[in-house]
Structure formats: C-alpha cells, structure tokens
Write a protein that binds this ligand. Structure first.
Ligand SMILES: Cc1cc2nc3c(=O)[nH]c(=O)nc-3n(C[C@H](O)[C@H](O)[C@H](O)COP(=O)(O)O)c2cc1C
Length: 243
C-alpha cells in the first residue's frame, strides 16, 4: 500500500515536470528577443497570391538603365502596384527558361537564394511579409502586418528601409551550393546575390522607381522579423519606392 502511494506520487511529479518544461519551451519561443526586437509569435499561414504576368519589353534600353542607375534612399509616400512588384521579383529570381533557369545566373544552377517582400504600401496587397515562389510566380504569405519600421531598426535605423513602399530581402541557403563546391561555394553565393540585386536595380530604373542595396543590418534581428528558417542567412535588403 505504502509502495503504491510512492509510485503514484512519482508519476504525478513526473507529469508536473513534463508540463512545466513544455510550457517553458513554448513561452521562450514566443518571446525570443534580439536587441529589443521580439520574434513574431503569429501563426504561419500558407496563403498564396498569384502575381500578374511580368512584361518582357519596355521603352528603357539596357544602356539607359545602366546610365541612370543610382542608389536612391528617399521615396514618395505612394503605393506600388502589384504589376510593379511582379516585375521586380521576376527580375530578381524569375524563371526565364523552360528548363528552370532564372533571370540571374547561379553556380551549378543550384539557386541558393530566397526572396522575401516586406510589403507596407502596395495596392491590392495587404501589408505583411511574403516569400516569392519563382516557379509559380506567386507570393506565399508568411506574416501579416506592416513590418517596415521593425526592419528599419534591424538595419541600424536606416530610414530608407521604413520609407520604401516595400523592401525586398534576399537570403541564402549556403548548403545548396557548398554541398557541390565546398568552401568556394560561399563566395559563389555572395556573387549571386550581387547579380540578383543588380537586376532589381536595373528593373527599378526601367519602372522609374528608386532602390538601394543595404548590407548594414543585424542578421539575427532580420531573421527574427521575417521568421526565416534556421538554414537561411539574410544577405541584402532593398527598399523600393517611387522617386
Ligand atoms: C555590398 C554593399 C553594401 C551596401 N550597403 C549599404 C547600406 O547599408 N546602406 C546604404 O544606404 N547603401 C549601401 N550601399 C550602397 C552604396 O552606398 C552605393 O552603391 C554607393 O554609394 C555608390 O552609389 P550608386 O549605387 O548610386 O552608384 C551598399 C552597396 C554595396 C555594394
């Protein structure tokens, strides 16, 4: 009888310890902080938004786009259209070939880059964070709400990040490239984000929009705001708005 009581007490204690540990883990995850920026605790949705078909022609020659490309950090408080957003994302990583090749070159065609949109002022698109899906030319909703101000803090307070109608964030999964090329793959990935960002710069000129590449930011804070998977590393932020 005495032994039975002991076993019951032991089981109850074990269950209580398990419940306590579980609650602790869940609450730690919900309140993870980096430099005052709290990790999003919203549920991740899988809502998809079809983007308009991108155009393949414009009155701006490649020479004019190169000539006019400048880093622009001040923008009008005006919305971008979904067509403009579609065009910018297509320039960044859009599929341009039936075999799956993209607008920017990639070592071994391994495509380590991921592209996010931090949308704050786009007609017919609720503010939020979206991931670009190149094969479907769609946006996948990651989080709801305007996160530009938080991203601006993560970018050391650079005001262009909150003033752009959107910010494109490039991240990379190094392993996609290093598993074939070893350590050298890291430099390939950094070259690739340069190619993709230059495409966005030139496409922005052609759309008469302004943008700038931002490399100065706190990686962990950006990761947290965007709810990036652990395997991804943020590399560039590009705020974009009307000049
Ligand atoms: C790797 C890299 C990182 C950069 N980081 C920033 C940045 O954090 N903030 C910013 O305002 N501009 C940044 N720039 C943009 C440069 O300041 C800009 O390209 C330079 O002033 C030349 O001007 P241009 O782009 O108009 O030719 C960066 C550029 C590069 C290539």
């Amino acid at each position: 009888m005495q032994n039975n009581k002991k076993i019951i007490y032991l089981i109850i204690s074990l269950v209580l310890v398990l419940i306590f540990s579980f609650t602790l883990i869940v609450s730690c995850r919900a309140t993870k902080k980096v430099n005052g920026i709290t990790a999003p605790s919203e549920a991740i949705s899988t809502e998809r938004i079809k983007l308009p078909e991108p155009g393949h022609d414009s009155p701006t020659s490649i020479e004019q786009a190169l000539l006019k490309r400048r880093s622009v950090r001040d923008y009008k408080d005006e919305p971008l259209t979904l067509a403009e957003l579609s065009q910018l994302l297509w320039a960044a990583q859009g599929i341009t070939d039936r075999r799956g090749f993209r607008a920017a070159p990639s070592a071994g065609a391994l495509y380590p880059l991921e592209v996010y949109v931090v949308a704050g002022n786009v007609s017919n698109l609720p503010s939020g964070i979206y991931k670009y899906k190149p094969h479907e030319h769609e946006l996948e909703k990651i989080l709801e709400g305007d996160k530009r101000a938080k991203l601006c803090i993560a970018a050391l307070g650079q005001s262009s990040v909150k003033d752009g109608a959107i910010a494109i964030v490039f991240s990379a999964v190094y392993e996609r490239t290093t598993q074939k090329y070893g350590e050298r793959g890291i430099r390939y990935v950094h070259m690739e984000v340069g190619h993709a960002a230059q495409n966005v710069y030139l496409q922005a000129v052609s759309l008469n929009l302004g943008t700038v590449v931002i490399g100065a930011f706190q990686d962990d804070a950006v990761r947290m705001i965007i709810n990036m998977p652990d395997e991804e590393n943020p590399l560039y932020i590009m705020p974009i708005g009307r000049k």
